[in-house]
Design a protein around this ligand. Structure first.
Ligand code: FAD
Length: 501
């Protein structure tokens, strides 16, 4: 049976990091927000390795940074990789900018059950009406096809209706709502993997100060992650070809099979035992195909996080993209609801920035996978983007880059490849500038990190951290040609001319 219709400003579907970010920022701006989550938290989620801009930028803007700090998550200084030609692992450190050499040069490895729960509780404390155990099963549309609300079933199995000015779809990779924005999901031809993962007690740790790093180790059939979640608990996963998926079972033997083939991880787990009880006792399988929707907003809906796009997990960008897009979406909704801007202007900025961030990671990923030398392994061959007909890549990249960025490097793959093989001088400059890698890895990896496009993204992440570190009111130039800047409080957009230095 259906009950009365409630009127609110915004409905956010999904209680993950993307949903909690956008909901919290909208409530802080005084809007009536209902956030609907189908599960009862804490609930399990994969995606445990975070980036600094989430911790120091977004979490501070949300006002949840102290709670995150108090939770005592594992400090992550960066990533350790066994990748490419060199058999010796190398480190990529987060000390990407001298300004953040101390305070901001780390992120956390988190148990998502705890992290997501802190963000969702904070959302409720910030004034959001959070309703768990509430599954959205459809939308309400007006005669023009604009989404004007959602239908959901609550914990007592009662059908409910909410009417809203905007519906944010933050319901993750299994979304059924993203189509209402008017686009479709396009999968990458190259980055289609399956991941199998589980948890171990008493795995070894890398020597200090890198003991909290994520370890990513390539082997013939794919690569493995090794994420220290506490002094004793480790998340371990193998990323392999989708072609294997049919034959895979979510069973211990399957995971063991890959561990045995990946020498470094096998060694780290030599004295470890697999967790076999509770939430971490399960072996899980997940597709991790990279994709992007052709529209990120439209018809009264806005897509945030995995509902909009997903990129291969090797750089731990999922939660960053979810929380970053949550901030961008909140700014755009706030700007339109306050009457200061048209939808096209405000959401053009949202989509332009979001696609730019996604496209750069995508390019970076292409070059990164190209480094691995296991030419005769199907997994690595299928991901060698540069060996393929460029037109496929070009169309995907221009799709994800959109027409907004004004950066032709994002839309011209030839130029991208050229920039990725930049000179040694550029490499030295970049390494000096970013300070991001230890000496050896700087030599080997610098040509990728020195690509102008990659620096831009790091700068955008830095700008985000700077805003978090300095509190409100940091003045930033527009990121996109003819684009907008964040308002002084960071919660909306402003025309550049209206924000004075
Ligand atoms: P989610 O976290 O998926 O949250 C969506 C929420 O919506 C869920 O709680 C769900 O229950 C709810 N929901 C769904 N449907 C409905 C409905 N109809 N009604 C109400 N609620 C609904 N990211 C990283 O940052 N670091 C990593 O190391 C990393 N590793 C990964 C490894 C693998 C193998 C994969 C597949 C992904 C990895 N990711 C990683 C990505 C990360 O998991 C996601 O990008 C991130 O969780 C996205 O957050 P979100 O808020 O968009 O969605």
């Amino acid at each position: 049976t259906s009950t009365t219709i409630e009127d609110v400003d915004v409905v956010v579907v999904g209680g993950g990091p993307g949903g909690s970010t956008v909901a919290t920022l909208l409530a802080k701006s005084g809007h009536r927000v209902v956030q609907l989550e189908k599960e009862t938290f804490p609930r399990y989620q994969i995606g445990e390795s975070l980036l600094p801009s989430t911790i120091h930028g977004v979490c501070r803007l949300l006002g949840v940074d102290q709670k995150i700090k108090d939770a005592g998550f594992m400090h992550k200084r960066g990533g350790s990789f066994r990748w490419g030609k060199n058999p010796v692992p190398w480190n990529f450190l987060f000390a990407i900018s001298p300004e953040f050499a101390g305070e901001g040069s780390y992120a956390y490895q988190v148990e998502r059950m705890k992290f997501d729960n802190i963000l969702l509780e904070h959302s409720a404390e910030s004034g959001v009406d959070v309703r768990q155990n509430c599954r959205v099963n459809g939308t309400e549309q007006d005669e023009n096809g604009r989404v004007v609300g959602v239908r959901y079933v609550d914990g007592d199995r009662v059908d409910r209706h909410l009417r809203a000015k905007y519906v944010v779809d933050a319901s993750g990779n299994t979304t059924r709502l993203s189509k209402y924005a008017g686009g479709e999901r396009i999968y990458s031809d190259f980055f289609q993997n399956v991941a199998i993962f589980g948890y171990f007690e008493n795995g070894k740790r890398l020597p200090a100060p890198d003991s909290g790093n994520i370890l990513c180790a390539a082997f013939d059939e794919g690569w493995m992650w090794y994420i220290p979640l506490s002094d004793t608990l480790t998340s371990v996963g193998a990323v392999i070809s989708k072609e294997k998926a049919d034959k895979l079972n979510a069973q211990e033997e399957t995971l063991r099979h890959y561990i045995d083939r990946c020498g470094l991880v096998k060694d780290m787990l030599a004295d470890a035992t697999r967790v076999t009880e509770g939430t971490y006792g399960e072996i899980r399988l997940r597709k991790d195909y990279s994709y992007a929707n052709t529209r990120f907003w439209g018809n009264g809906t806005v897509l945030v996080g995995d509902a909009a796009c997903f990129i291969d997990p090797v750089f731990s960008t999922g939660v960053h993209l979810a929380t970053y897009s949550g901030v961008l979406a909140a700014r755009s909704i706030n700007s339109v609801l306050s009457g200061s801007m048209t939808e096209e202007r405000a959401f053009g900025e949202f989509e332009g920035r979001y696609r730019r961030e996604y496209a750069v990671f995508y390019e970076f990923l292409s070059a990164f996978y190209d480094m691995e030398q296991s030419e005769d392994s199907y997994f690595w061959k299928a991901r060698k983007v540069t060996n393929f007909d460029r037109t496929d890549l070009a169309s995907f990249v221009s799709l994800v880059a959109g027409g907004y960025s004004g950066e032709d490097v994002l839309t011209d793959p030839d130029q991208i490849i050229e920039k990725f093989s930049a000179s040694t001088r550029a490499l030295t400059e970049a390494t000096e500038k970013t300070g991001g890698m230890d000496t050896d890895s700087g030599q080997r990896m610098g040509h990728m990190f020195s690509a102008p496009v990659v620096r831009d993204v790091m700068e955008e992440m830095n700008a985000f951290q700077a805003r978090g570190a300095s509190g409100d009111g940091t003045i930033e130039p527009p990121l996109l040609d003819g684009g907008l800047v964040p308002s002084a409080d960071g919660l909306a957009w402003a025309e550049p001319a209206t924000v004075s230095v």
